[in-house]
Design a protein around this ligand. Sequence first.
Ligand code: NAI
Ligand code: MG
Length: 496
Amino acid sequence: MTELERKHDRTPVPKEWAYAPAPESRDVVSLDDRYGHFVGGTWLEPSETYTTISPASEEPLAEVGQATPEEVEAAVAAARDAFENGWSGISAAERAKYLFRIARILQERSREFAVLESLNGGKPIKESRDVDLPLAAAHFFYYAGWADKLEYAFPNRRPRPVGVAGQIIPWNFPLLMLSWKIAPALAAGNTVVLKPAETTPLSALLFADVLRQAELPPGVVNIVTGDGRTGAALVKSEGVDKIAFTGSTDVGKAIQRELAGTGKKLTLELGGKAANIIFDDAALDQAVEGIVNGIYFNQGHVCCAGSRLLVQESIYEPVIEKLKRRLTTLRVGDPLDKNTDVGAINSKQQLEKIRELVESGEQEGAEIYQPPCRLPEKGYWFAPTVFTNVAQSYRIAQEEIFGPVLSVLTFRTPEEAVEKANNTPYGLSAGVWTEKGSRILWMAAHLRAGVVWANTFNRFDPSSPFGGYKESGFGREGGRHGLEPYLQFASAEVKG
Ligand code: NAI
Ligand code: MG
C-alpha cells in the first residue's frame, strides 16, 4: 500500500499516484521443453530445432522445430490423405460440429492462451485477453455457422472444397491469424497445413491440443514450425492446392511469382500505411483516443494501423497538444502486467527496422516527440513516438514502420485529405473522424482502402470482410467473402 500523507484538515491522499504492479499469473501455462511438428494427429520429432524466446525479457521459452522440405511434405501428405479419405466426404453439419467445439474450447482456455500469446509475442495481456482471444473464438463460431449453408452463400454455383490449403501467418496476431485462416478453410471442407511465424510458434502448438480435445480427425489440421525457408517449401509443395499468406509485401510478391502458372489459388494480405483523418468538426477527445488506439495498439504491429495522421489545419495545434498529453499517460512495460498499454517489440529484427526508419525521419527533418518513460533494460522496447513536420516524401510517410510511430501531416480540404490519404502504394484501411454523415460517405467512396472506419478505428468482426487494394494484397478474409478463396465452383469448371 502506498503511504498516505495526512494534512490535518483534509482527507488523506497517497503521496504518489503510480500504479502498483498487477501481473497476470504465468502458472496457467505449462510449456514443454521441446516441440515437434503436428502431423497427421501426432507429434513428428523435428530434425532441426531453434529456441523461441520472450521478447520482453529475452528469456528462452522452448525448443521448436525448423521444418525441412521433407517434413513439410509429410504434413502435406497427411493433409491430402485426410482430405481424400474422410474430411471432404463427411456431412457439412458434422464439420460444423468440430468448429463449434474448437470455438468453445478456445473460450474455455482463453486465459491460458492469452498469457501464452503475451509471453511469446510481447503484446499486453489486456489486448490478448480482450481482443485476440474473443475474436479468435468468434471466428470459429462464425464459420461454424456457414459450414452447412454454403449452397445458400453461393446459390446455383455448386461450391466444393479446393483440397489442401497451405497457410502462412505472421507474428503480430498469432492465434487470431490462425483462426482467420483455419476456420473458413475447414468450414469449406478443406484440410490445412499451417506455418506460424518463427518468433511466435507457441500458441499454434498449444492449439494442437485444442484439436485433440475437439477430436478433430487426424491430418485435417497439420502445423509445421520454422522460418521463411519452411514457408517457401510449403509454397513450392506440389500437393498444395491453395496458399493463403499474411505478411510482408516483399514475401507476398515472391510467393506470387513462384505460383504464377501453377493454377494454385492464392490470397495475399500484406502491409499498409493507413491514414487516420481528423476533420475540424470531429469530437476531438474521442478522436485522440482513436489516434492512440490506431497506432499504439499492439505496439503498432498492425497491418491496418493508423500510422499516418492527417489533421485539418485549423485544429492542428489542439490535436497535437491533446495527443502529446495523452501519450504521457501510456504505460509501457511488462506485457503480463494488466495495467500495461504498450508491450515489447516482437523481435530484435523488428526493433532494428523501427530504429532505422525513425532515424531516417529525424535526418530528413521531421520533429520527434516521445513521452518520458523508463524502458526495461532487457528485451526489445521502443517508446511511443510522434513525428510532426513530416513531408509527404519522407520515408516515415511512405514506408510501413510496423511499430509505435506516428507521422503527422495536415490538410485543408476534403479533396486534399483524399489525395494525401491515397498517395501510398498500399490500400488496406483508413479512418475518418467528422460529425457529418454525408462527409463520411463521400470520404468512404473516394478512399482507396479495403476498410474505412468512421469515428472509430481498429474494429473487427468475423462477419466483416477484410483485405486490401494495390500492394496491400488481394482476396478478402472474414465474412461470406472469406469462404470464396477456399471453394471452387461448377461455373469455373465449364470455363475450363
Ligand atoms: P515476413 O513476410 O518475412 O513473415 C511473415 C511470414 O512469412 C512468416 O511466417 C515467415 O516465416 C514467412 N516467410 C518469410 N519468408 C518467406 C518465404 N520466402 N516464403 C514463404 N513464407 C515466408 O515478415 P517479417 O520479416 O516478419 O516482417 C517484415 C515486415 O513485414 C514488417 O516490418 C512489416 O512491415 C511487414 N509485416 C506485415 C504483416 C501484416 O500483417 N500484413 C505481418 C508481419 C509483417
Ligand atoms: Mg521476413
